[in-house]
Design a protein around this ligand. Sequence first.
Ligand code: MN
Length: 243
Amino acid sequence: MKPLIGITCSRQVGGAWGAYDTGHFMDYAFDEYGKAVLHSGGAPVLIPVTQDAGSIAAVLDRLDGIVLSGGPDVHPRFYGEEPMPRLGDLDEDLDRMELELTRVVLDRDLPLFAICRGIQVLNVALGGTLYQDIQALVDGALNHVQQAPKHVTTHTVRLEPHSMVASLLNRRTIRVNSKHHQAVKEPASELRVTARSGDGVVEALEWPDRRFTLGVQWHPEGTWETDPPSKKLFRAFIKAAGG
Ligand code: MN
């Protein structure tokens, strides 16, 4: 049996065909997430934003692992800050849903692969904080918002020795894509920083001794077809979920 892997969505107003341009939200996830899960041995399932606590619990009863996907900025209210000028798009309903879902996933120790916004949701769910904008708040920051397409890697990440990522990939450094303007500031106490870029920005978080709790700030789903480390991370996640 293939493990069922839930993938959280983002939302935009209106449909792709432009027929409902006001007041109608559309849940979506880029298809790379589903493809990476499918080709790594899992069966992908999309999770819409419309959920309550009872529904989230029921959905998670039937799933074997969760991908928190990329998306808008987490509202700073959820980590005790007021909005700053460079804050990006927000969706507080999505924040509330993903934060609740993440807490239940962690309670149950379901395998969790938290990507881009996902690593930020993982950190905030456990009480950590974020930089609202890297360029404004981190001295000497690299360019983390690459113009190049998602399948192109643009900066280096150093992996912490004896971490799950380092042992899975058997490497000290990897090259990653980068499409984020926010990053983890204070990591939650349960989480270990296991990768950083050259400017010190947090690029991976792990909860040690769990089945699989990994957050990455890059987009391995954008490079899973060609990049061996991205393939290995997805495969290890699906394996932890029973695949
Ligand atoms: Mn980056």
